[in-house]
Design a protein. Structure first.
Length: 705
C-alpha cells in the first residue's frame, strides 16, 4: 500500500459491505481495483475464484488482468476477471442447458447479427436497408430485458411496432434454432437463468464473495439487474466509477444507477478519489467549472500537485476550414519546437463529419494522422460508394467502380451474374460495362436478371447523358450538383442512418464550386495516401471514443451550439447534462495543453449555418483561460464569453516557406518551415553548406532576397 494515497488506501481496506468509489478523471481508479483484488487474495486469504472483477472493454480487461497478475504472482487462469459479457459467457457455458440451449453455442458478432436481420427482412419483404435501425431497436429491447414475448404484450411501453415484433420473434427463433447467442443475449439470458432457476443463482451468489465493477456509471438496465442479483447475498460489492463521465446514454447506460447506489445498497461507504495524476490544475479547474453546472451529480473537486500549467486556450474563427488550418498550424509549431511528438496530440470532435475539414488541413500540411475508433472520412463506405458511381458515370471502363456498386443499393444482381459478365469481358477483352450490355442481349441470362441489368445500365447512361448534355450546351455543372443527382437517382442515401446520410451531404457540399474531374482527382489522391505506419501520428476521434484515453495535448473542436451540445439534445435537460459530461470527458483527456475552438460559420447538413458559441463556454472562468478571436466580427463571441476580456489576434508573418533569405554568417538559404507570429516568428532554414538551422527572427538578422 506504500504507493497509494489515503483515499485509495481507505477503499482498499473496506472489506465488508457495499462500497462506492467515486473516482474522478485521472485519479487512479484502475490502481484501486487491481490493488484491492491483490489485497483480498494476499492479506485476506480469499481463493482467487471468490472474486468477480468486471469492466466493459477488452482493452481495460486485459490491462486489469496483467496488473493483477503482476501484483499477486499467482496463476490467474481460474480467476473471474474480464468484461461483464465474457464472464456471463463463462457462466452460460456451464449452465445454459437450463434454458434449453446446448453448451457449445455460437456467439454472433455484429456482422453475423446484421446479416441474419437482413435475411429476415428480405424474407418478410421489408426494405433491407433498415437493418441497422432494426438491430439497434433489438439491442435496446434486450438491454431493457424485454424478450420477444414481453414485447408482444408490452403495448406502447417500448414503442411497439408490429413489423419490428415479427422480425424480433423470428430473429430470436433463428438464433435458438442455430444454438447461437448474440452479444446482448449474454447478459439477458444470464439474468433470465438466475431469475428462473434460484438454485443456480444461489450457487454463484455463494461463489462470489466479493464483486468489483469498473466503470459503474456505464451499466445499462440489464447489467445493473445482473450485478444486484449476484451481490444480494454477501453485499460485498465495490462499484468504481464517475457519474461525471457517464456518456453512453445512447447505448442504454443510465447515470441514475451510480447516483442511486446508496439507496439500492443501504449502509454503503462512499470514498472520493479527488487527487488527479494526469492534468494540470488549470485544466482541472476549467473542467470542474463546466461540470459543476450539472445539478444531479456527486460533487468532486479534483486537485493535482503538478502545478497550474498553461491556461486553457479558446479560439473563435470564421469557419471550419480556418479552424482546421489553425489547429494544423499550432501542431506544426509544437512539433518544430521539439515540445511534443505527433503521437502526443489528440483532436476530438462531437460528430464524425467534423473530421473532413481537419483531415484536409492535416494532409495539406503534410502532418501524419490516424482516425481512431473509426475510419477516415474518405474511407467510409457511403463516401466510397458515391465516388464509385461518379467515376463510373464519367468513365464506363472503370471496372473496380462497377464491381463495387453494381449491387449497391441491393438490386438483386448477385455474384453468379457478375461472374458471367467477368467471363464475357475476358473473352472479348472488353470492359465490364460493355460486357454487361452484351450479356443483356444474350440468351444465357434469365429474364428477371436481364431486367435488373437493363435498369442498372439505363441508370448509369442516363446520369452520363445528363452531364454530357450540359457540357454540349456549354453549361458547366459543378461537382456538388452532379454528386447530388447521383445520390438522389441511385437511392444511395435511402435507409442510411442519420450520421451516414450527413456524411454524404458533407461530401456533396465540400464539392461546391469545383469541377468534377478535379474533385475526383483530389479524392483519389486523398484515399490513396497510406496512413503513417511509424506509430508517430496525430490521433483523431470522436469525444465518445476518447473515453479512457489521455494525451499531453488535446484539441476539442466545434464548441458551438448545435454541435456541442448537439442539436438533438437542445431543449432536453437530461440530454444537455450528458452533453456537458461529454465536454468534460474531452477536457480531462489533456495532460499539459488543452486547446478549444469553434467557428462562426460551419457547413452542417448540406448548408452553411451561422453558429453561436456553446453555452458551455459561459462556464469557463477567465482566470484559467486565454481567449482569442480570429473573426471578421469580434462581437460574435460576446454571447459565449460572458463579458470576459477577449484578445484579438493579429497574425503578420514576416517570412513564408520557400522564401530565400541571407544570413550574415551562413550566407543564402531557403526557409523550409516557420511558426509563431510577428517578431516572435521562428524559422527552419536550409543552408546548402551548413544544413538545417532553427532561428529566431529577433536574433538571426535575416534579410529577404
Amino acid at each position: 500500500m506504500q504507493d497509494l494515497n489515503p483515499q485509495q488506501k481507505e477503499a482498499l481496506q473496506h472489506i465488508n459491505g457495499p462500497l462506492l468509489v467515486l473516482a474522478g478523471a485521472g485519479s487512479g481508479k484502475t490502481k484501486v481495483i487491481t490493488h484491492k483484488f491483490a489485497y483480498l487474495i494476499k492479506t485476506q486469504k480469499n481463493p482467487i475464484d471468490a472474486i468477480l472483477a468486471v469492466t466493459f472493454t477488452n482493452r481495460a480487461a486485459e490491462e486489469m488482468k496483467a496488473r493483477i497478475a503482476g501484483l499477486i504472482s499467482n496463476d490467474i487462469r481460474d480467476s473471474w476477471i474480464g468484461t461483464l459479457h465474457s464472464q456471463c459467457g463463462k457462466i452460460l457455458r456451464r449452465e445454459i442447458k437450463h434454458l434449453g440451449y446446448s453448451p457449445d453455442f455460437s456467439i454472433y458478432d455484429e456482422d453475423d447479427r446484421c446479416n441474419l436481420i437482413r435475411h429476415i427482412l428480405k424474407d418478410f419483404k421489408i426494405y433491407e436497408a433498415l437493418y441497422k435501425g432494426v438491430s439497434s431497436r433489438i439491442n435496446f429491447l434486450k438491454a431493457s430485458l424485454v424478450g420477444p414475448d414481453q414485447f408482444l404484450t408490452a403495448g406502447d411501453g417500448f414503442g411497439f411496432d408490429e413489423k419490428l415484433a415479427k422480425v424480433y420473434v423470428r430473429y430470436q427463433d433463428e438464433l435458438q434454432r442455430s444454438n447461437a447467442l448474440d452479444f446482448d443475449d449474454l447478459i439477458m439470458l444470464t439474468v433470465k437463468l438466475f431469475q428462473e432457476h434460484p438454485k443456480v443463482l444461489k450457487k454463484y451468489q455463494q461463489l462470489f464473495v466479493y464483486i468489483m465493477v469498473d466503470e459503474f456509471q456505464d451499466l445499462n438496465f440489464s447489467q445493473y439487474q445482473l450485478v444486484k442479483l449476484m451481490a444480494k447475498q454477501h453485499k460485498n460489492i465495490c462499484a468504481v466509477g464517475d457519474d461525471d463521465q457517464s456518456i453512453y446514454r445512447f447505448r442504454g447506460a443510465d447515470v441514475q444507477h451510480i447516483l442511486n447506489f446508496e439507496k439500492d445498497f443501504p449502509g454503503a461507504r462512499i470514498v472520493r478519489l479527488e487527487q488527479n495524476y494526469r492534468s494540470t490544475q488549470n485544466i482541472l479547474d476549467a473542467s470542474h467549472a463546466v461540470i459543476s453546472k450539472n445539478t444531479n451529480r456527486n460533487d468532486k473537486k479534483l486537485w493535482t500537485d503538478k502545478g497550474p500549467g498553461e491556461k486553457v486556450h479558446f479560439c473563435w474563427l470564421n469557419n471550419e476550414e480556418e479552424e482546421a488550418r489553425h489547429i494544423a498550424k499550432i501542431i506544426r509549431e509544437l512539433y518544430l519546437k521539439g515540445a511534443f511528438a505527433y503521437k502526443d496530440i489528440g483532436i476530438l470532435y462531437r460528430v464524425n463529419l467534423q473530421s473532413r475539414a481537419i483531415e484536409d488541413a492535416l494532409r495539406d500540411g503534410g502532418l501524419p494522422y490516424k482516425v481512431v475508433g473509426g475510419v477516415s472520412f474518405y474511407q467510409r463506405k457511403e463516401i466510397k460508394d458515391l465516388i464509385a458511381y461518379a467515376r463510373l458515370v464519367f468513365n464506363h471502363g472503370d471496372n473496380v467502380s462497377l464491381r463495387r456498386i453494381i449491387n449497391c443499393p441491393p438490386r438483386g444482381i448477385g455474384a453468379a451474374t457478375l461472374s458471367k459478365i467477368e467471363s464475357e469481358a475476358k473473352k472479348k477483352s472488353a470492359c465490364l460495362f460493355d460486357s454487361l450490355k452484351a450479356c443483356i442481349k444474350s440468351s444465357g441470362i434469365v429474364s428477371a436478371t436481364r431486367e435488373k441489368l437493363e435498369s442498372f445500365v439505363a441508370l448509369v447512361e442516363q446520369l452520363a447523358a445528363h452531364q454530357t448534355g450540359h457540357q454540349a450546351g456549354n453549361e458547366t455543372r459543378n461537382a456538388a450538383d452532379i454528386l447530388r443527382d447521383i445520390a438522389e437517382q441511385t437511392g444511395l442515401s435511402e435507409g442510411l442512418e442519420d450520421d451516414r446520410r450527413q456524411n454524404v451531404l458533407e461530401l456533396i457540399t465540400s464539392a461546391e464550386g469545383k469541377g468534377m474531374s478535379d474533385f475526383l482527382d483530389k479524392v483519389s489522391l486523398l484515399t490513396n495516401l497510406r496512413e503513417n505506419e511509424s506509430g508517430d501520428h496525430i490521433a483523431l476521434m470522436t469525444l465518445h471514443n476518447a473515453k479512457g484515453l489521455e494525451f499531453p495535448v488535446v484539441f476539442v473542436t466545434g464548441i458551438e451550439e448545435g454541435v456541442l451540445p448537439y442539436f438533438k439534445a437542445i431543449g432536453k435537460e437530461d440530454e444537455i447534462a450528458e452533453e456537458r459530461r461529454l465536454f468534460y470527458v474531452g477536457m480531462t483527456r489533456a495532460r499539459d495543453l488543452l486547446l478549444l475552438s469553434g467557428a462562426k460559420k460551419r457547413r452542417l447538413y448540406s448548408r452553411v449555418q451561422e453558429q453561436e458559441p456553446s453555452r458551455f463556454l459561459k462556464n469557463l472562468p477567465r482566470d484559467y483561460c486565454h481567449w482569442i478571436e480570429k473573426v471578421t466580427d469580434p462581437q460574435s463571441l460576446r454571447s459565449g464569453r460572458d463579458n470576459k476580456k477577449v484578445e484579438i489576434a493579429k497574425v503578420k508573418p514576416l517570412f513564408a516557406s520557400g522564401c530565400r533569405v541571407k544570413h550574415p554568417v551562413w550566407g543564402i538559404g531557403v526557409i523550409r518551415d516557420c511558426y509563431g507570429d510577428g517578431e516572435d516568428q521562428k524559422v527552419m532554414v536550409n543552408f546548402p553548406n551548413i544544413g538545417m538551422k532553427r532561428l529566431s527572427l529577433k536574433l538571426a538578422n535575416l534579410t529577404k532576397i
